[in-house]
Design a protein around this ligand. Structure first.
Ligand code: NAD
Length: 496
């Protein structure tokens, strides 16, 4: 591991102050394309996390944020969006260094982050609530209120964007927050909190604690003073969060893993299907929850598809994210690299055919980083681990199907239910099939496009609740029923 001279010293943001931890154990953050240490970050203790939760609780109860009008909160959010735009280049460069993704990928993340703040700034000022026709003389209505203290825990694959998907709606709704970035990618989160400070978010409203999931994350999930925990990460940790949250029955929102099917029929536009299939699995080096990691191809075009898919995948340029022409960046960490390589070995042992790749890339300047070549398995069977488990890397498995019924059966033969796609030029067939795919995010003749206006989340073990759109705001709001008696007189139930 090489240490560069300009290592950033990250701090936590608690009650409007930049703080270190009392814990001497420091987290070294590396650039996965070079293994250089780019930053050091504190690892907060349980006590420091509890103290931060208390800060957020006090700030919530003071009404310094929830007491503002929606218009006033929206103004802050619009300013945050403008600052993100102003700092676009800096944020992109940091995201690439921290996560290893490409400049183009980080560019989308940063502009989508600004869009997300603007969306929720606009949404919160729009009419909400309802009235009900209950028997006279009562007027019944529903109003929406902030939940309270929101604990927000995010993964490393979209460090800035996943943070914003939670922070924007949570703040728009009037909650105060305790936010925890992933340990391996905390850099742009700190930049985001610098922006929150610059625009003048009141002290104690937005807090960031850095550290281990098993300490900081667990404390947030367990705390009785946290009213909602909104988590994005693996299904395994999601399960732990659910258990830890049961103490005070807090609201939970879980955005978890996937093993999503991409179904390609013989009547699809062939080149479009191949192109999106590549994008579906190799975008972000496959470190994408919604990745189209299981490609299901109709028997009659299977051979032709594999041939073309392999030919195109061979040409993908893997390398450091800031380098011109690079299309797939680094794997985020040594652990992830090892885990992906292990899955490739498992696939071989299970008897699948390795049609392309399978190796770590260590030449032409890639020897210092974590890079894996695009990898494709064919001749797989449904029960193989590489077909069932989330590999979270640039590894595609291609399955064959005979007809519509078999395509649907294979697509749904998974514990996950995050995303899925169908490629066909027969509109009725495509709709018939996509309606049967048990996933929360689906596409027809496309893969991956994501819109802030539309809900994001999974069926089955891919999660609970939805991010984005109006649904993303719902998570951070309580629904209160108010009944007003318009004829003020005794109820007269008891005789005396
Ligand atoms: P992870 O579950 O290991 O970690 C996610 C976060 O949880 C990190 O901040 C981590 O520190 C924290 N954490 C770890 N243990 C914890 C505990 N016991 N209590 C509380 N918090 C804890 O996930 P990851 O490896 O960072 O991210 C990859 C996973 O995220 C993949 O499974 C991917 O599919 C999923 N993901 C899902 C979505 C979605 O929208 N569904 C989006 C992005 C990533």
């Amino acid at each position: 591991m090489t240490v560069t001279t300009n290592v950033m010293k990250l701090k936590m943001y608690i009650n409007g102050e930049w703080r270190n931890s009392s814990n001497a154990d420091i987290n070294e953050v590396i650039n996965p394309a070079t293994k250089e240490v780019i930053a050091t970050a504190p690892r907060a203790t349980k006590e420091e996390t509890e103290e931060t939760i208390q800060v957020a609780k006090d700030a919530f109860e003071s009404g310094v944020w929830s007491g503002l009008s929606a218009q006033e909160r929206a103004q802050f959010l619009f300013k945050i969006a403008d600052k993100i735009d102003e700092k676009q280049d800096e944020l992109v460069e940091l995201e690439v260094k921290d996560n290893g993704k490409t400049k183009a990928e980080a560019g989308f993340d940063v502009s989508d982050a600004a869009t997300c703040f603007r969306y929720y700034a606009g949404l919160i000022t729009k009419p909400d609530g309802e009235t009900y026709h209950v028997p006279e003389p009562v007027q019944a209505m529903v109003v929406r209120e902030p939940v309270g203290v929101a604990g927000l825990i995010v993964p490393w694959n979209f460090p800035l964007l996943m943070s914003v998907w939670k922070i924007a709606p949570a703040l728009a709704a009037g909650n105060t927050i305790v936010f925890k970035p992933a340990e391996i990618t905390p850099v742009t989160a700190m930049k985001l909190f610098e922006i929150l400070e610059e625009v003048g978010i009141p002290k104690g409203v937005a807090n960031m604690v850095m550290g281990k999931g098993s300490v900081v994350g667990q404390t947030i999930a367990e705390s009785k003073d946290v009213d909602i925990v909104s988590f994005t990460g693996s299904t395994e940790v999601g399960r732990r969060i659910m258990q830890a949250s049961s103490g005070n029955l807090k609201k939970i929102s879980l955005e978890l893993g996937g093993k999503s099917p991409n179904i390609i029929f013989a009547d699809a536009d062939f080149e479009t299907a191949v192109d999106y299939a590549l994008f579906g699995i190799f975008f972000g080096a496959g470190q994408v929850c919604s990745a189209g990691s299981r490609i299901l191809v109709e028997e009659s075009i299977h051979e032709k598809f594999v041939e073309r898919f392999v030919e195109r995948a061979k040409q993908i340029k893997v390398g450091p994210g800031m380098q011109e022409g690079v299309e797939v960046g680094a794997i985020v960490s040594q652990d992830q690299l090892e885990s992906i390589l292990e899955y490739i070995e498992i696939g071989k042992k299970e008897g699948a055919t390795l049609a392309l790749g399978g190796n770590r890339l260590t030449e032409n300047g890639l020897e210092n980083g974590y890079f894996i070549e695009p990898t494709i398995f064919t001749n797989v069977t449904p029960k193989m681990r590489i077909v069932q488990e989330e590999i979270f890397g640039p590894v595609a498995v291609i399955q064959k199907f005979k007809d519509e019924a078999e395509a649907v059966k294979l697509a749904n033969d998974t514990d996950f239910g995050l995303a899925g796609a169908v490629f066909s030029q027969d509109g009725a067939k495509a709709l018939r099939v996509i309606k049967k795919v048990r996933s929360g995010i689906t596409w027809v003749n496309a893969y991956h496009p994501t819109y802030v206006e539309a809900p994001w989340g999974g069926y089955k073990q891919s999660g609970i609740g939805r991010s984005l759109g109006t649904y993303g705001l719902d998570d951070f709001q309580e629904i209160k029923q108010i009944n007003i008696n318009l004829a003020v007189e005794p109820v007269g139930w008891f005789s005396n």
